[in-house]
Design a protein around this ligand. Sequence first.
Ligand code: MN
Length: 314
Amino acid sequence: MSTFTAVHEPLEARDVLLGRTTHVRRILPNRNRRMIGAWCFLDHYGPDDIKRAGGMWVPPHPHTGLQTVTWLFEGEGLHTDSLGSRQLIRPGQLNVMTAGHGIAHAEVSPESAATLLHGVQLWAVLPDGVRESAAPDFTHVADLPTHVGDGVRVTVITGELDGWRSTAPSFTPLVAAEVGLEPGASSTVHLDRGFEYGVLVVQGAVRVDGTDVGRNQMSYLGQGRPELSLTAVEPHDESVVLLLGGEPFEEEIVMWWNFVGRSHEEIVDQREAWNGEGLDWVPERFGQVADFDGDRLLAPPMPNTRLKARGRLG
Ligand code: MN
């Protein structure tokens, strides 16, 4: 007997211009569905021809209270940060950065990069108990658990799926995985009934528990599912899905610009700690990104209204 109602809720993306050149499809936060587990932010971009579109160019900017996860399907990226990290990233590899009390980083397309750039940028909220105490950290994981068979390829990016576990640091029960399906291939993955899930199709088209989800579409799948069947319906190319899930995150948070806090006042403090007296000022809380050829990004003015803490459903 079924103990849950199968949800299939489309999450519409909106177009956002990032920096001067990069258009992204912002899927989280969404109006009525701000998070999936602790995943509070999801930008999907490309495939873009970087020779034409200009490539990734995100100058040094700060983060607080979250982890950033960079995951590429095509192309290359160069990450630098205020801890002194300098890391190239390629498809199949993971960059995860824990902001804690404060960190700054930059992400650009290296000059040597391949023509096409296609990827996602995710943020996971840090729970209140660790968001100030978690040490700022950058971890690059070059080898993630990947399971291949019967036309199906599963890579666990964060957390655990079907007994395969990523070594990426995380602070709440959550999962991210890439599933590649050759034309006609099917896969069933086991889910955690206590998690909520969503799937984003980044290439091809996939039948998800009987419902077709097209390229660049995301479907929120709710909680209580014991498993999920995925079948490629695109007849010519591999279909690729990003599966996201996690235990519903029950804390209310304030997300503004690149900061995640719990109150308006905290965000005001974080903004002042970064902007200071302008570009020549040293933001001690966040540190400086060395060797960046350009200015850091200052935060915009605060809105005229007070920022409100919001829960996962808005
Ligand atoms: Mn960032």
